[in-house]
Design a protein around this ligand. Structure first.
Ligand code: GLN
Length: 201
């Protein structure tokens, strides 16, 4: 499709296929990204849910950590869900020994913030930036944003005030998995940024 941006899904570990299918359904040209050469071809990137410490380790094994950091610093639009949100955080709380993130967002994120017993829950969230219809959000061993810097826009919070969706420039992060319920609006937001990135490239 002419004018459709090329968007990657970081395919080291996690729910890669769900995001790839959702993005393809939105008309994007989708690339599974495992190597720096593949990263260089995309105008936007999804970092999926999964296990952040594993994605971190594999990214270093595959020589992807620095290329991703450089791309983020250069303005690549990135959407991180759950483990992906953790990887976008400048500060990770309750990481495993030696766990690193790519960083880029001025936030502190706590892993497994609902306790290991709370495997998952679902809730309808108001996300004003996405319009009136609530987002049906699925949380799976989810993190929470415990600190958000001045440049960070809070997109959604739980009823108790804890932050679960943020945006900073072209970076978007959610604690929850919208793809589970077919919620597409966060991905559309990424595609809009990716389209702009493609136009200026
Ligand atoms: N608890 C996982 C982590 O620390 C995140 C869970 C998820 O992505 N669903 O990476």
């Amino acid at each position: 499709m002419a004018g459709s941006p090329r968007v990657g899904v970081l395919a080291l570990q996690g729910d890669v296929r769900e995001h790839a299918a959702l993005l393809a359904g939105l008309g994007a040209e989708v690339a599974l990204v495992r190597r720096p050469e593949e990263l260089a071809t995309v105008d936007g990137l999804v970092i999926p849910g999964g296990e952040s410490s594993v994605i971190d380790k594999l990214s270093r094994t595959f020589g992807m950590r620095e290329p991703i950091r450089v791309a983020i610093a250069a303005g690549l639009p990135v959407y991180g869900t759950c483990a992906g949100l953790i990887l976008l955080a400048d500060e990770v709380l309750d990481g495993i020994d030696g766990q690193q993130s790519f960083g880029g967002m001025d936030i502190a994120v706590r892993r497994n913030a609902f306790g290991r017993q709370t495997e998952s829950f679902e809730i309808d969230l108001q996300v004003p930036a996405l319009g009136d219809a609530p987002v049906h959000a699925t949380f799976i061993r989810a993190p929470i944003v415990e600190r958000a810097g001045d440049r960070v826009e809070v997109l959604a919070s739980l009823p108790d005030g804890r932050i679960v969706a943020v945006r900073q420039g072209a970076l978007i992060g959610t604690s929850f998995h919208p793809e589970v319920e077919g919620e597409t609006r966060f991905h559309v937001m990424l595609l809009e940024s990716a389209r702009e990135a493609a136009a200026t490239r």
